[in-house]
Design a protein around this ligand. Sequence first.
Ligand SMILES: [Zn+2]
Ligand SMILES: [Zn+2]
Length: 301
Amino acid sequence: MRVGVHTSIAGGVENAVDHARRIGCDTFQMFSANPRGWKAADPEPEACERFRRARAAYGQNPVAVHANYLLNLASAQPVIRRMSIAAFRRELGRALALGADYVVIHPGSARGGEAASARAALVDSLAEAARDLPLNGLQILVENTAGQGSALGRRLEEVAEILAAAKGLPVGACVDTAHLFAAGYPIHTPEGLEETLRALDQTVGLRNVRLIHANDSKSAFGSRVDRHEHIGKGWIGKEAFGRLVRHPQLASLPFICETPVDRPGDDRRNLRMMRALAAGGPAGFPALPHRRSKIGSRCSA
Ligand SMILES: [Zn+2]
Ligand SMILES: [Zn+2]
């Protein structure tokens, strides 16, 4: 099993790889700049070089960059869409400079427009942002969403449609467990997990899934509310997470937790929980005291 967390770039991009190694990640995800600003400064070339060297030395694989939350490549508003395309082109440039394997994006929102034209706009935006960039193996992963508001990507059919329309680009899928659950895919029951994996294979295709975002859910089944919880502490629960991480169709994929950090050590505890579940259950694993999280989702749709 390859497991990791979303790590912070506070103090410089190379801190993300150091932190990932220190807490025992095999793989990790990061932002490449401030995820909530349009005018994010790019990391210095020397910092990217240090990052690439450290990442290779520590054997962290794969490395995913999560795109800025403000992007809406599917927007019906020309100004927002233009800004999103320019910002995403810079995302791709930073991911290339860092030698990342994946850039994860949310499909965006159809707010003020039809879902079908929003999907078409997204695909055009991706092509425009990537135009003439040598992507050198970098892949763009479209993430399924909880379907909050008018967010695209709640249904796996819709993610599949986007991937099919963008097939001229190096695209794949990132599957977020909390988003699946909140979107109404019953991954918390044994039959529901099988049913969901069948649906995933028939739509997106399991061969196109590159990465799992392993998050428990703080919001209820089918709520369409995107709020992440510590592994085993949310509505999906420990037992269901055990089935998920041990499932033969998923076990070879990298798992990255985007779980809250409410107090120091939470990332390490979630990693330990993932490994304990992969090894057959959390037996002997000390129970965490139940507590309320102050910080919600790190991956809002
Ligand atoms: Zn996610
Ligand atoms: Zn996300």
